[in-house]
Design a protein around this ligand. Structure first.
Ligand SMILES: Nc1ncnc2c1ncn2[C@@H]1O[C@H](COP(=O)(O)OP(=O)(O)OP(=O)(O)O)[C@@H](O)[C@H]1O
Length: 270
């Protein structure tokens, strides 16, 4: 792959094992990722799929440096970031954004939607024309501008996830991690949110890592796919080729387990 946005080599992550935390002292370390090598292509959506506990979220969190790897390298846009201290990461945070699974818990109930979307702008020193920027961010995700004065509890699940997307995109980041962002929504709202993400990705030339356990969604949305199992990469490559001719038994099993398409399955036309 020519000029990827991320190049990851030998990525290992170990975390304190919370299931074995002693009453006194620190928890023993548990190896979660066992040395990942891969690249993430620019200006497209890459799917990360695998069963629960395979390490998808840990990998995503290491990419956006919410976690520090225990070993290995992460080159982001040509710069090594795996072990950068927080002071040097701060300006990079603008380029590394995240959309969370549960907008109900990630949106502050006491702040207006406008204040929530404005927060990352203020944090990164963009304090001029905030009202205009918030209105543009809302319009971009298909919400009326006057939603800026509403609160979280006045929105539906789908509208809340649109706010989560607006907040992540407000700073026009180079990379967005989307971790199971539709799993709490009903099927038709899921379809709307995925269509929106697909449109925004192509309009804004975004690079997105889309974590999901749902292979049928990955197949329709993502140009490339990474399959994970037990903290390792099983296989990775262009989605079409991976589905047409999976190299590994595990990928074949995942594909075989995809439920038959629903009648209104044409939400994404490409
Ligand atoms: N602090 C911790 N202590 C103990 N185990 C942990 C800790 N953090 C993560 N794990 C374990 O590491 C493994 C990978 O977790 P991770 O959340 O990355 O997987 P995932 O593929 O995203 O799973 P899911 O689809 O269920 O969200 C899991 O087995 C999880 O239980």
């Amino acid at each position: 792959m020519a000029d990827p946005l991320f190049t990851v080599r030998g990525l290992k992550v170990s975390l304190p094992d919370m299931t074995r935390k002693p009453l006194l002292g620190s928890a023993p370390m548990l190896d979660i990722l066992h040395g990942l090598d891969l690249a993430i292509e620019r200006n497209c959506i890459t799917g990360i799929v695998g069963e629960s506990g395979s390490g998808k979220s840990t990998f995503g969190r290491a990419l956006v440096r919410l976690l520090e790897p225990s070993a290995g390298s992460i080159a982001f846009d040509g710069r090594e970031i795996a072990h950068l201290p927080e002071t040097e990461l701060k300006p990079l945070r603008r380029d590394l954004q995240m959309i969370f699974q549960d907008p109900m818990s990630s949106l502050n109930p006491r702040r207006t939607i406008g204040a929530i979307i404005a927060a990352p702008m203020r944090h990164h020193g963009l304090s001029d024309r905030i009202g205009e920027r918030v209105a543009a961010a809302l319009t971009r995700v298909g919400l009326p501008e006057d939603f800026a004065s509403r609160y979280r509890h006045q929105l539906s699940g789908g509208q809340r996830q649109r706010v989560g997307i607006a907040r992540a995109l407000a700073l026009e980041p180079k990379f967005v991690l989307a971790d199971e962002i539709v799993s709490g929504l009903d099927v038709s709202t899921q379809a709307q949110i995925l269509t929106l993400l697909d449109q925004l990705a192509s309009e804004m030339g975004l690079t997105i890592a889309f974590i999901s356990h749902d292979l049928s969604v990955i197949r329709r949305l993502c140009r490339n796919t990474i399959v994970m199992r037990a903290g390792r990469i099983v296989e990775a490559g262009p989605t079409e080729a991976l589905f047409a001719a999976p190299r590994e038994d595990y990928t074949r099993e995942l594909i075989a387990a995809i439920p038959l398409p629903e009648i209104d399955d044409d939400w994404l036309t490409r």
